[in-house]
Each structure stands twice: as structure tokens, then as C-alpha cells.
Design a protein around this ligand. Structure first.
Ligand SMILES: Cc1cc2nc3c(=O)[nH]c(=O)nc-3n(C[C@H](O)[C@H](O)[C@H](O)COP(=O)(O)OP(=O)(O)OC[C@H]3O[C@@H](n4cnc5c(N)ncnc54)[C@H](O)[C@@H]3O)c2cc1C
Length: 391
């Protein structure tokens, strides 16, 4: 097989890239280890920043999003006895949208299927070759067991945190930074209307808690738990009791309404960045190059931003033989990656409590500052609602 751009991974980064390239007349083939249904059903991110929504709109991918997404003006930040609202629209003129990654993925798949995009699902043995030449390729075993070779002008690794792309960059030429946090998130999805109009981020001495949502009838809630937590140790009742305590059930008359839990999982928290995001004819985008803890709601948005920078770079390279944007891609993308990596780390370390009473006082002081100073609040709002894609 031959194409212009071989894309490894059919998650949001890979599918959005294939869409943006096709709009400019560049063809691609996508290979994916999982089934189409599995990729579409994975419960992950739920918040889109303004620039992601603007990009999806300009790419003609936002019809359903514009009908169904829930625009939020800001978030609540709280600690015992106090809850404060930060209004991002007032502070920065930008907002965020509640629209699940599952829905983004469905919209992408529908658009690419309608356009006849070639996607090979359920492949195995994916390997990337010859990226230092002008004829790189991807080999894989297809769903029927046949060995395949996909030749291309460029290979893009959109294969998330466990794919083979990032280690295709020679060890001597790549550098990675990693931080594992001493806690995880226990996340639940519940068939119950959210008990809040906007997300609540709660600092509590027992541990962080968060009230998010996916729709008017589905809530998403998280609890800080120790790193090696077994999900079986947390019954539904125990989860709702901990959520009620940490989110302040009863505080100023606010009530948390429990409901049937439909999904329960433990999500480890880590930060990871690998650079460069380009080696020869291999480019990395999304979780293949960087991972953030979900506290700042940045993972999916960073994947969108990478692809928004990479698509025009590849179009210029492959259609006009102009390598300037492609040569600048890694450096340009990494500026935003490191900004979001810092913001995600900052939100995480401000809100997750540990055993050290000194650290707890610093966290509370920081929370009081961002909720009482316009300068502090604006810094948080600007980062949360999202800096421009080319920042
Ligand atoms: C459990 C979980 C919960 C999350 N929750 C949040 C959240 O609440 N908020 C937030 O902002 N972000 C969250 N994230 C992060 C967010 O979902 C990711 O940042 C986003 O999915 C990145 O998109 P991507 O396309 O780069 O990678 P992915 O979505 O991971 O897609 C990569 C694709 O590559 C495929 N692949 C892997 N290896 C191969 C191979 N060898 N050959 C072919 N294909 C391959 C994978 O199957 C996958 O479909 C979460 C992530 C996880 C894992």
C-alpha cells in the first residue's frame, strides 16, 4: 500500500489529522490496534477549551457539538466551608465546553467514514521503518492475519502513551521528562443529573474530589485515592459517602445527589514529555509525545492543538515542498506542551492534599489567592480556558 501520510493510531489526534489533511487534498491511511467500537467507547476526557471548539467548527466537525455541548463560563474552587466561582468569560473572554471525548471521537469517525477514509482497525505488530529516509513505511498484521506494508512520504505517531512511535526516535536523540504523582483518581460515571451547574474542584484534608458531568443526566465524579488503590475496595456507597464529605454536602444547603454507578476505574496520575516531536520523516502528536494529569483538563486539548499545528505543516511540506513549518513543528508545539504541563502540575499539586501540614497551609493560601485576587484568578482562567493554539 502507498499513501502520503501513514497515521498510527485512530484516537482523536489520528482521526482529526486525517480530516484536516483531507480538507487540503493530502491523503492518509490510519492503522489502529483496537476495534472502532472500543476506541469510540473509551471514557476519558470531557472538557473542550475554546480553541479546540473553534478548530472543530472551522473543520466542519461541530454540528452536533454546537447542538449538544454545554458551554460553561467557569469552575468552582472550594475547600471546607468555602466555595468560590471563577468566571472565565468575565476574566478572559473565553469559555470551555462539556462534550465527552466519546462524542468527539464519534463525530470524527462519522465524518471520516462519510469521506471514505481508509482506516485499518484491529491490526497488530505495528512497526515503523526508515524514518530517516524519504520513503518511510509502517508494517503491520491486518485484522485477517495478513502481513501489510504501508509506504508513505511521512509517518505520524498518534498512538498514545503505549504505542511504538516515540521509541522509534533513537535513544541517543530523544529526551524524556517524567513525574509520577503519589496518588491516583478513582473515577465514576453515574446515571444521575449533575448536582452542580459547573465543575467543582474541591480541596479537602481527606483528599481532592471533583464533580464533573457528561450531560444533563450523566455525572462524572472523581476522588483522590492512594497510588496503588484496588477499585474493588471501593463500594458504591463508600464512594458516595466520600464524595459527599469532600464536596461539602450540606454546606450552605448544597446537596450531592447520588445515583447508579455505571463505570468505575482508577486513573494513575503522571506527567511526561518527550522531545523532539519530530525525527526525520516521523512526527509525534498527542499522548504519543506527552501526558498530563487530568486535573487541568488538558490531555485531549493538547492533542487537538498538536494536530492543528501539524496539519498545515504537512500540507506545506507535501504539496508545496515547503519544509519551514515542518521544521518548526517540534519547537512550536513544545512551547504549548510545556505551558500545559506546568498548568496541569500546578492545578494537581494545589488541589491534592498529602500528610504534610505545612504543604496543606501553602495549598490553602494559594487557593485563597486565586479566588480573591483578579490577577491570580485571571492566570488560572487564561490557562484553563486555553491559550491560543500557536502560543
Ligand atoms: C483512562 C484515561 C482517562 C483520561 N481522562 C482524561 C480527562 O478526564 N481529561 C483530559 O483532558 N484528558 C483525559 N485523558 C487524556 C486524554 O484522553 C488523551 O490525552 C487523549 O485521548 C489523547 O488523544 P490521542 O489521540 O493522542 O491518544 P489516544 O486517545 O490514546 O489514541 C491513541 C490510539 O493509538 C492506538 N494505538 C496504540 N498503539 C498502537 C499501535 N501499536 N498500532 C496502532 N495503533 C495503536 C490506541 O489504541 C489508541 O486508539 C485520559 C486518558 C486516559 C488513558
Amino acid at each position: 500500500m502507498r499513501t502520503q501520510v501513514a497515521i498510527v493510531g485512530a484516537g482523536p489526534a489520528g482521526m482529526l489529522l486525517s480530516h484536516l489533511l483531507a480538507a487540503e487534498g493530502v491523503e492518509s491511511v490510519v492503522v489502529e490496534t483496537r476495534s472502532e467500537e472500543y476506541v469510540a467507547g473509551r471514557i476519558r476526557a470531557g472538557i473542550l477549551e475554546q480553541s479546540s471548539v473553534d478548530l472543530l467548527r472551522s473543520a466542519g466537525l461541530a454540528d452536533r457539538l454546537d447542538r449538544e455541548a454545554d458551554p460553561h463560563r467557569g469552575i468552582y474552587l472550594q475547600w471546607p466551608e468555602e466555595r468560590h466561582h471563577l468566571d472565565f468569560v468575565d476574566l478572559t473572554g473565553r469559555s470551555v465546553f462539556v462534550y465527552g471525548q466519546t462524542e468527539v471521537q464519534k463525530d470524527l469517525v462519522a465524518a471520516r467514514t462519510a469521506a471514505g477514509q481508509e482506516v485499518h482497525y484491529e491490526v497488530s505488530d505495528t512497526a515503523i521503518h526508515d524514518v530517516e529516509t524519504e520513503r518511510p513505511s509502517v508494517t503491520f498484521t491486518d485484522g485477517s492475519g495478513a502481513a501489510q506494508r504501508l509506504e508513505a512520504d511521512v509517518v505520524v505517531g498518534c498512538d498514545g502513551s503505549f504505542g511504538p512511535s516515540r521509541t522509534t526516535v533513537p535513544a541517543a536523540l530523544r529526551r524524556a521528562w517524567e513525574k509520577t504523582y503519589p496518588y491516583s483518581w478513582l473515577g465514576i460515571l453515574a446515571d444521575v443529573a449533575p448536582s452542580t451547574d459547573e465543575l467543582i474542584y474541591a480541596w479537602h484534608p481527606d483528599g481532592f474530589a471533583m464533580h464533573s458531568m457528561r450531560s444533563a443526566s450523566v455525572s462524572r465524579l472523581y476522588l483522590q485515592v492512594p497510588h496503588d488503590t484496588d477499585v474493588a475496595a471501593w463500594s458504591d456507597d463508600r464512594i458516595w459517602e466520600a464524595l459527599a464529605a469532600r464536596l461539602g454536602h450540606g454546606q450552605d444547603g448544597w446537596q450531592l445527589t447520588p445515583g447508579p454507578v455505571t463505570d468505575k476505574s482508577v486513573l494513575p496520575m503522571r506527567s511526561f514529555v518527550q522531545q523532539p516531536m519530530r525525527h526525520g520523516r516521523l512526527f509525534l502528536a498527542g499522548d504519543a509525545a506527552h501526558i498530563v494529569p487530568p486535573t487541568g483538563a488538558k490531555g485531549l486539548n493538547l492533542a487537538v492543538a498538536d494536530v492543528a499545528l501539524l496539519a498545515p505543516a504537512l500540507v506545506a511540506l507535501l504539496r508545496q515542498d515547503d519544509a519551514r513549518l515542518a521544521d518548526a513543528y517540534s519547537e512550536t508545539a513544545l512551547r504549548r506542551v510545556w505551558r500545559c504541563t506546568h498548568f496541569s502540575w500546578w492545578m494537581t499539586t494545589m488541589l491534592h492534599s498529602g500528610d504534610d501540614p505545612f504543604d496543606q497551609q501553602l495549598q490553602l493560601s494559594q487557593l485563597r489567592w486565586v479566588t480573591s485576587s483578579e490577577a491570580g484568578a485571571t492566570g488560572l482562567a487564561e490557562n484553563y480556558a486555553g491559550l491560543p493554539i500557536g502560543f
